[in-house]
Every structure is written in structure tokens, then in C-alpha cells.
Design a protein around this ligand. Structure first.
Ligand code: AMP
Ligand code: GLY
Length: 442
């Protein structure tokens, strides 16, 4: 593959894709960057040669644009186009693509597929679970798991709204039965599984179909409000430590997680005789009895992409080339020994009833290096928050607490009808996580 003036296409237009665009832009190869997104991201736009808006799930539209631009390599940011087979069509048209083909993306697009894959290949790490497409057996299985001890998950992609956890979202067996009926009404297969107790962490990898190369461990914060209260969101912010582990994760936990993921990759490869090329994002719970797999995603996390890519020392373009050519094993990949804290500024009312199209003012932020645009639009020189996670700010420093201070200072310079979680990455919250895990392990 040529290495000068590569043409790289990013599909997607959120903060995660802005982080990808920045990582490409830093490359000594100086690739020409193209984007196709659902909206015009002002941060990505600045870095691109050409930018189209449209339906990113329309695989023909995206592929035709890629062919017209003579794209050398495509990177698919979000999950929805993976489910539609965008990677399949791009590869068919000889465009090497980061992002798995449709069959392999089922590790994210079907919760049943993933649980069954692990079970069929005797891979440990799953909670007790059962899948349903009728109401038969639902009540007895829920009673078997016990009140307050279950999680109900729609099988397919539900935009982050398909999972309901006992105690958090479901407050009685009656509410659980009703939710199952609701899913059946939507023709959704669903999974009921044991509720896991512990601390969550995200473990992402670069994958070329042969090997998994890990990124630093990251912890995301799903809940909307401080102290992990309020509804679940796409992720309010995340942090990573300078040693690339997390203070509540043991070496044994990490080794178990790698083992499960490597076994999953070989099972998946065997199942479809096809290479998984792209990002594997595993989400684990450290429990009293070791790690358990919560789910897989077939893409970078948002906000995890900001944490990982900002401290990536190795050229991201070279990593992408190694992924699509199957040469990851021979490319040493390094991350800087620095901690990161990412915080999202979101519209008031997010996630349930967000204000839409309100002006936000970022003019006090002088250095945009660690600013990532999400659901915003620029109109007549003004920035508008369109309803979802608006702008992310990343702090990078030798310790989590120093990185937190940077992120907090910067995010407070954003003005408008917005809020953020001031507790992410603070000493108080991390001490609480460590304490809770110590109590569980006793
Ligand atoms: P998902 O959409 O699968 O990421 O699930 C959303 C959130 O639900 C996860 O981030 C966890 O916090 C929670 N969750 C999912 N599965 C379980 C489980 N088996 N036990 C406890 N919490 C879970
Ligand atoms: N960090 C949550 C997600 O990307 O799905």
C-alpha cells in the first residue's frame, strides 16, 4: 500500500470520530482525511479534504462516495453501519476497512449470539443466562435468579436503551414481566441474565484477524449524575491511569480478561472462517469471583476513543495499515505513560428530555487540542448543542488527579444550558471504587 498522501475515509461524525480524525491528522504520513457523517462536525470538518452528510447506513451511498474519492482505507466509527454490512461492501470494492464484516459484528449487534458463542466454545466469563422469544419460561427463570438479581437485555441494537437492570431500572418482578412483554411486542428476542456486582472496565484492542493488541484499561461512567445516580447515558466521561491499568483491577483479572477475549476471537474466526479486522471493545465487571463479560462492542468506545488515542505513541496510520494487512504482530505499539480524564458536556435534560438547539459558547477555550465535538452544529458562526452528548474535554497528565483538574478547568469554560459530571476522575470517586471492590473481595 502507498504511504504518501493516503486517502482515509472516516464514517461517522461524533466525538469518537473527531478523536480518530485527530489521531490521523497527527500522523507523519499526513493522510488526506475524508468524512461521511450524519451531521457536519465542525471539529472534523477542519481536518478534512472533503465531507459529505447523509445516511451512513446506506452502504451503497457510502461505498460510491469512497470509490469516487479513490479512498485507500476506511474507518467505520459507529455500530449501525457495521450491522448493515458496510465493511462487507467496502472490502468487496477493494477498499480495506477498519471495522468487522456483518457476521463478525454480531458480537455487538446480537447479545444472544455472543452469549451462545461463549457457551458453545466453553469460554468462561458469562453470567448465568437464558434467551427468550416467547413468554414461556420467563417468569420461572426470573424467579430462579431471584428478586433484584437479574438484567434484561433486548437482543439487538437499541441505541443504548435496551438493557434494564434490576434495582436500577426494574423495581419489582412485575416491572420485569412487563418489560419482557414490551420486548415481545417489539418482536425482540431478549436475554435474561444474572446481575453482576462489582466494578466495570473497558478493555479495547486493535485486531488484524490474527492477534489482539490491547489499549490501556479505561473506566467509563454511564450514569448521568454525580455519584453514579440518574439514568444511563451513552457515557458521561472516562479515565485511564498512567500504568495503563486501573486501581481496582488485579493482574489476575486482566489476564483472565485477555484469555476470554483471545478465546472469543478464535471461536468467532472458526465460526465464520473470516478475519476480524477492526477494534474489539470488551466490557467487563470485576466481581468477587474474578472477571465476567458484560458485552462486546465492535468499534471504539465513545468516550474511550479519546482516552486511548490521545496517548497513542505509535503512528495510528501505521496501526491501521497493519490491521488491514494482517501485520499487527510485527508492529510495536506503545502508549505514553500518562493518565487521562475525559468529561462530556451535555445539554440540560440529557438523556431523557434534552434541550435541543441551544447555543453553547466555547470561546474561552484557547487550546482546542483536547476538545472533541460531538452532537453540535455550527450555524452563522454560533455553536448549537443538538441534544446528545455535545462536547468532550480531555485532560492528560502524569496522574489521574492532575488530568482531572485539567479536564475540569477546561470544561468549566464551556457556557450554555449544559452540565457535566464534576466527579469523574476525582480522588473521592476513585477511592470509593477501590473501597467497594475491597469490600466485595473480603
Ligand atoms: P450494555 O448496553 O450491554 O452496555 O449495558 C448497559 C449497562 O448495563 C452496562 O454498562 C452495565 O452497567 C449494565 N449491565 C449489563 N449487563 C449487566 C449484568 N449482567 N450485570 C450488571 N450490570 C449489567
Ligand atoms: N462507552 C460506551 C460506548 O461506547 O458504547
Amino acid at each position: 500500500m502507498q504511504t504518501s498522501q493516503l486517502k482515509i475515509l472516516i464514517i461517522g461524525s461524533g466525538a469518537r470520530e473527531h478523536a480518530i480524525a485527530k489521531a490521523l491528522h497527527r500522523s507523519p504520513h499526513s493522510p488526506q482525511i475524508f468524512c461521511i457523517g450524519t451531521s457536519k462536525n465542525p471539529g472534523i470538518e477542519k481536518l478534512t479534504t472533503n465531507y459529505l452528510t447523509g445516511d451512513i447506513c446506506d452502504t451503497e451511498f457510502v461505498t460510491n462516495a469512497a470509490l469516487t474519492w479513490t479512498i485507500d482505507l476506511a474507518i467505520i466509527g459507529p455500530e449501525a453501519p457495521l450491522e448493515k454490512g458496510l465493511a462487507d461492501l467496502l472490502w468487496k470494492n477493494n477498499i480495506p476497512t477498519i471495522g468487522p464484516k456483518k457476521n463478525l459484528a454480531q458480537i455487538e449487534t446480537s447479545k444472544k449470539f455472543t452469549r451462545d458463542l461463549l457457551k458453545n466454545y466453553e469460554i468462561p466469563g458469562s453470567p448465568v443466562y437464558q434467551t427468550f422469544n416467547t413468554y414461556e419460561g420467563v417468569e420461572s427463570f426470573l424467579r430462579r435468579l431471584g428478586d433484584g438479581n437479574y438484567v434484561i437485555k433486548a437482543d439487538g441494537l437499541m441505541g443504548g436503551k435496551g438493557v434494564k437492570v434490576a434495582g436500577d431500572h426494574l423495581h419489582s418482578l412485575r416491572e420485569a414481566f412487563t418489560y419482557c412483554q414490551e420486548l415481545l411486542g417489539l418482536q425482540q428476542t431478549f436475554v435474561i441474565e444474572e446481575k453482576l456486582i462489582g466494578q466495570e472496565f473497558s478493555l479495547l484492542y486493535f485486531c488484524d484477524g490474527n492477534v489482539l493488541i490491547p489499549m490501556p484499561l479505561i473506566q467509563d461512567h454511564k450514569r448521568a449524575f454525580i455519584n453514579d445516580e440518574g439514568p444511563n447515558t451513552g457515557g458521561m466521561g472516562s479515565y485511564s491511569d498512567a500504568n495503563h491499568s486501573l486501581p481496582f483491577v488485579t493482574e489476575k483479572d486482566l489476564n483472565e480478561a485477555h484469555k476470554i477475549n483471545n478465546a472469543m476471537l478464535s471461536a468467532l474466526t472458526k465460526e465464520y472462517r473470516e478475519k476480524y479486522i477492526g477494534i474489539i471493545y470488551s466490557s467487563f465487571m470485576t466481581t468477587r469471583d474474578g472477571v465476567r463479560l458484560i458485552e462486546y462492542n465492535a468499534r471504539f468506545g465513545d468516550p474511550e476513543a479519546m482516552n486511548a488515542l490521545a496517548i497513542l505513541e505509535t503512528d495510528f496510520v501505521e496501526i491501521c495499515q497493519a490491521m488491514v494487512t494482517g501485520h499487527l504482530a510485527t508492529l510495536p505499539i506503545h502508549f505514553k505513560p500518562l493518565a487521562t480524564v475525559c468529561k462530556y458536556s451535555v445539554p440540560e435534560g440529557y438523556p431523557d428530555q434534552p434541550l435541543k438547539n441551544e447555543i453553547i459558547d466555547i470561546s474561552s477555550i484557547k487550546n482546542e487540542d483536547e476538545l472533541y465535538f460531538g452532537a453540535v452544529e455550527k450555524r452563522n458562526g454560533q455553536l448549537y448543542a443538538t441534544g446528545s452528548r455535545a462536547v468532550a474535554v480531555l485532560g492528560v497528565a502524569p496522574t489521574i488527579f492532575d488530568a482531572e483538574k485539567i479536564a475540569e478547568t477546561e470544561i468549566n469554560k464551556i457556557h450554555g444550558k449544559i452540565f457535566h459530571r464534576s466527579d469523574i476522575g476525582t480522588e473521592h470517586l476513585i477511592a470509593k471504587r477501590i473501597r467497594e471492590m475491597q469490600e466485595l473481595r473480603q
